[in-house]
Write a protein that binds this ligand. Structure first.
Ligand SMILES: Cc1cc2nc3c(=O)[nH]c(=O)nc-3n(C[C@H](O)[C@H](O)[C@H](O)COP(=O)(O)OP(=O)(O)OC[C@H]3O[C@@H](n4cnc5c(N)ncnc54)[C@H](O)[C@@H]3O)c2cc1C
Length: 1006
């Protein structure tokens, strides 16, 4: 907190500031204009705001009158539903009959384009240079940023880089004509006598389309390659380069790029970086950066901002179960800004400061701090966004003289994202500008010391602590296990360490686990690394029919006691197994990276999902374990309860070697069944890990038995066995149907009708509508189709693109694919690794040949030389619904592209295969999204996101038709499939006397 004298000076200065601009308003809040009216209406009506900002977002892709008219109707309804400032236009349009739509389109288009122009300094270099000249005439310097940071391919990143180089050429020519802005510095050729006239800002991730903290070193190197070229050009024009800070995910990469570039040219001072005061890390990062600059003896420059991604960061963290990286008390961000500004100004000898804020309190604080610390003028300046807070910038210009406007330049399409960010920023309840110019806040409140306000808010929050909720079972409610957060250096480091540890123990012999004991058999089979098949990971004892028979006998013997164990105790075993898995999460991830070739994040997600199944099913069983009372007739007590079926055979696939095995097994066990588990022959070591987790959890002998072995030798034996009452299977359609058929045949001595829980294949499609956001759709399709080499049941194997957008989408998708590399999965630089085994490789390669004859090859990527079951990333266009690669499951990295004339056809094609597992739609048409909800009939439909990565509880997973029997793993009905319901009815009347119904309380009634 500042001293009270300093704070008083800040408040005084703030008051003077407000007095100096009394009566003025930023144009955004000027209710005389369409934009001001729209902002005003948005601030009073949250639902309209969402619709309006979403409309602005989709607007640039509405390239025909028809599309525009349809979207206006879908977003805003008819004239009666529109706010007054729009309804007037709509009324006029209505009067004009069939021309009305065109008129309304024109009115809205003109207004939105005008709004975009408010924030964009120019659409072309020529216009930009001209407008920069005008700004300079008004006394403002500028920092120019090129719009379009969402680069999806190397070509786009290269174009983006070249746009900067061209811009710098244009500015170089122009700066000769520019007089230096007046100031106290000594060099008249520079702005204010000390600052370069050319100043640009660059978003680092735009320079490398695959930037990703998982591949930290690769991302830094690739960004640096292009940043270096821009910086060389900046130095040649004696300009200034500031590296912008984007979302938290890229913060450490950005800092590293800055440090390396800084050291490459230690003598050239004009290189800055933006830091975000809203991040909890920033105090530490700032200290580290200043200490580093001193140690390396280099001068640095910091632009301090509060941060533009607050909503994104809070939502993202919530979705992934991560700690929120930003402060959640607004005044804390303000206080952090002032604290960090002081630190930077104290170090003005080595650090130049750009104060980037529109907040008069913040600006006044920086002015007073600089005065108190005697900071020379050439060591700090003020920056604001072009198009915002015009009175504030005029006010600063009057007092400090040194104001630079952050001026984006480029086309409107990429500019819309920027525009929406600004609209959100200005309409946020916490926005200083909104509170000052469109709200009720008093000047004293606006100028209050934020440290004091933050303390007050913290005290208020701790006075109403959030109660940790617990359910009736005493457990905290289910929460998904957080995903790996590669933003953290320790998560990044954990993978190579775990891989090395696992490797040091390779080659072990792995026994069966039957009746609580390890059992060795004479027959051993190796399990290998598909990326390097010569690397043997372990020798697996094979179970034949004798061992499987022993396991079934052990399960049968264990069943009565396990069935009669209370649901709560059974659930506790799952919770202990979950704790054991959590403890070993990196090691378990490393094992599957080696055994089945998952990438780091994919492997971690698999273990996290296994933990989720254990935690979720434990809670579900406690819920279902309570008998429910039915009906309310007097003198009668009806209880509905569930019982396990007996011995369960769990036959698991290799593609989610821990998660799916754990899910099916945990469901069977917690419901009271005893399990004979057959892992896939390709991932027996992962299967053994499951046995270890259950052993650690203390399951009684016989409840879980692990019997890896050949399907050909013991598969049918297990399915046919008369003592097996339940079969849980996930795998191919052929095997699934065979199991269903065999299980239906009653064997001699069989006591129960067998139940089969079956999850099979998919032929999943994503539809790309003509108004889709391609910046989102491209990467999501790529990840859904090629993540883990396309070997997920949920993977996208068809992309159905509407004609109007087809060529643009395909060009971007292929360009993006070209940027990826294929190689060993343990190296995070590779997007894809090897497929499961030699057989899979041959099969997929066969389908690629079929695809080449059916359609046109759009992309076939390179694969590494030498060993490894590699298949090229393949995209085939011109596919029609009748083609084999549009109908048959390939289970590999082959994507069929289909061109549909309209949305109805796209839906028809999407539904045409016999599978119905997952599907997706990228569209910004509310009507089309609604139609897809109704008519795109798949088990898991995803709108405007990728189609893989279903989460337990949030997206229960499973398909219908030939994709499965309609069970939903990780959902509220799943456990019911593992049990038989029973009803017990008691006549409670004796000799004409029945207990009062109310006496029987505490039990749920249905
Ligand atoms: C020249 C310039 C360059 C910029 N460069 C970048 C950049 O590289 N990276 C970047 O991210 N942003 C950048 N910005 C955008 C900047 O982050 C926002 O404009 C800025 O946060 C708005 O802050 P303010 O002080 O003007 O307004 P204020 O209204 O005082 O502050 C608004 C800010 O407070 C924070 N906030 C809002 N709600 C909460 C809450 N509940 N808890 C805690 N904090 C909250 C958010 O950061 C929000 O933007 C830049 C801005 C300028 C002017």
């Amino acid at each position: 907190m500042h001293s009270s004298e300093l704070n008083a000076r800040i408040i005084n200065r703030g008051r003077e500031f407000f007095a100096g601009i009394a009566g003025e308003k930023p144009s955004l809040f000027d209710k005389g204009s369409w934009m001001g009216k729209m902002m005003d209406w948005s601030m009073g009506n949250e639902q309209f705001k969402v619709q309006m900002f979403r409309f602005v977002d989709v607007f640039p892709s509405l390239t025909t009158g028809k599309l525009l008219t349809e979207h206006i109707r879908e977003y805003f309804g008819d004239e009666r539903e529109m706010p007054p400032f729009m309804a007037a236009g709509a009324r006029v349009a209505g009067m004009l009959g069939s021309f009305g739509g065109t008129v309304l389109n024109k009115v809205l288009t003109a207004n939105i384009e005008e709004m975009a122009r408010q924030f964009i300094v120019g659409e072309t270099t020529k216009e930009t240079v001209k407008n920069l000249g005008k700004l300079r005439k008004d006394g403002f310097a500028a920092v120019v940023d090129v719009l379009g940071e969402a680069t999806l391919s190397e070509e786009e990143a290269e174009n983006y880089t070249n746009t900067y180089l061209e811009l710098l050429d244009a500015l170089q020519a122009e700066q000769e004509q520019w007089q230096g802005l007046p100031g106290t510095g000594g060099d008249p050729a520079l702005d204010w006598g000390h600052a370069p006239k050319v100043n640009i800002a660059v978003k680092p991730t735009a320079l490398f389309c695959l930037a990703n903290p998982q591949d930290f070193e690769g991302s830094v190197a690739a960004i640096l390659n292009r940043m270096r070229r821009i910086f060389r050009r900046v130095m040649a024009v004696n300009g200034f380069l500031c590296i912008d800070m984007e979302s938290y995910r890229f913060k450490d990469i950005t800092l590293e790029v800055y440090r390396r570039l800084r050291l490459e040219h230690p003598g050239y001072p004009h290189l800055g970086i933006a830091l975000q005061a809203y991040l909890k890390d920033t105090d530490r990062d700032l200290d580290a950066l200043l200490a580093w600059a001193k140690e390396k003896d280099v001068r640095i420059s910091i632009r301090l901002v509060k941060g533009a991604y607050w909503d994104y960061e809070t939502v993202k963290a919530g979705q992934n179960g991560w700690e929120v990286p930003v402060r959640t008390i607004k005044a804390e961000s303000d206080a952090a800004f002032e604290r960090q500004a002081r630190k930077i100004l104290e170090n003005h000898g080595i650090c130049h400061f750009a104060c980037a804020s529109h907040n008069i309190r913040t600006i006044a604080a920086v002015m007073e701090l600089a005065r108190e610390l005697d900071v020379p003028d050439d060591r700090y300046e003020f920056q604001l966004l072009y198009g915002m807070a015009e009175p504030v910038r005029k006010g600063i210009l009057k007092v400090a003289g040194r104001v630079r406007l952050y001026a984006p330049y480029g086309h409107m399409v990429p500019g819309m994202g920027y525009l929406v960010r600004r609209l959100l920023e200005n309409t946020a309840n916490e926005s200083f500008l909104r509170r000052s110019f469109a709200g009720e806040a008093r000047i004293e409140q606006l100028l209050e010391d934020p440290a004091a306000a933050a303390e007050r808010e913290r005290a208020a929050r701790s006075a109403r602590p959030e109660k940790e909720q617990t359910g009736p079972d005493g457990l905290v409610p289910f929460k998904n296990e957080p995903m790996a957060d590669f933003t953290w250096a320790d998560h990044r480091a954990a993978f190579p360490e775990a891989l090395a540890r696992v490797r040091s123990r390779l080659g072990e012999t792995c026994p069966l686990f039957i009746n609580g004991r390890d059992v060795a058999t004479g027959e051993l089979l190796p399990t290998v690394n598909p990326n390097r098949p010569s690397e043997v990971l372990g020798q697996i004892c094979q179970a034949g029919t004798k061992a499987v028979g022993d396991a079934i006998a052990a399960a049968k013997a264990a069943f009565p006691a396990w069935r009669d164990t209370s649901p709560r105790v059974r659930a506790d075993h799952l919770l202990r197994a979950a704790a054991a898995a959590r403890e070993r999460i990196f090691e378990l991830s490393a094992r599957q990276i080696l055994e089945i070739g998952k990438q780091w994040d994919q492997a971690y997600a698999d273990v996290a999902e296994a933990i989720d199944f254990l935690e979720y099913y434990a809670r579900e069983m406690i819920r279902l374990g309570e008998p429910r009372r039915l009906g309310h007739a007097p003198g009668e007590l009806n209880h509905y309860l569930y019982e396990p079926k007996g011995v369960a055979a769990v036959i698991a696939p290799w593609n989610f070697p821990l998660a799916i095995s754990t899910g099916m097994t945990a469901a069977a066990i917690v419901t009271g069944n005893c399990v004979v588990y057959k892992p896939s022959g390709l991932t027996p070591l992962m299967g053994r890990c499951l046995a270890e987790l259950f052993r650690e959890a203390g399951l009684p002998p016989g409840v879980f038995n692990y019997t890896p072995g050949s399907s050909a030798i013991m598969g049918d034996y297990l399915v046919d066995h008369p003592e097996v009452s339940l079969i849980a299977f996930t795998g191919s359609l052929e095997t699934g149907l065979r199991i269903i058929e065999r299980a239906a045949r009653v064997q001699p001595g069989q006591a129960n009708v067998k139940k089969v829980i079956c999850e099979m294949g998919g032929k999943n499609a994503i539809i790309i509508d003509d108004d889709a956001d391609l910046d989102e759709a491209g990467p999501q399709v790529l990840a859904s189709a090629f993540g883990f080499q396309g070997q997920k049941c949920s993977a996208c194997s068809r992309v159905i693109v509407l004609d109007a957008i087809h060529d643009r989408f395909v060009a971007r998708l292929v360009a993006m694919a070209r940027a990826t590399t294929v190689g060993p999965s343990e190296d995070p630089a590779h997007f894809m690794g090897a497929v499961a085994d030699g057989k899979a490789m041959e099969r997929i390669r066969g389908y690629i040949e079929v695809g080449k004859t059916e359609g046109q090859l759009l992309y076939e990527g390179p694969v590494p030389e030498g060993e490894g079951y590699y298949v090229p990333m393949t995209i085939i266009g011109g596919i029609r619904p009748g083609h084999r690669i549009a109908q048959e499951e390939i289970f590999g990295p082959v994507l069929a592209v289909m061109r549909a004339t309209d949305f109805d056809e796209a839906i028809r094609w999407a539904n045409s295969p016999r599978f119905a597992l997952t599907g997706g739609v990228f569209s910004r048409s509310p009507a089309h999204l609604e139609k897809a909800r109704r008519e795109f009939r798949v088990g898991n439909l995803y709108l405007n996101r990728g189609i893989t990565g279903a989460l337990v509880e949030r997206q229960p997973f499973g398909g219908s038709r030939m994709s499965g029997a309609g069970t939903k793993a990780g959902g509220p009905d799943y456990l019911l499939h593992f049990m038989d319901p029973r009803v017990v009815t008691e006549n409670t009347m004796r000799r004409g006397f029945a207990p009062n119904e109310e006496m029987d309380t505490g039990q749920e009634r249905v």
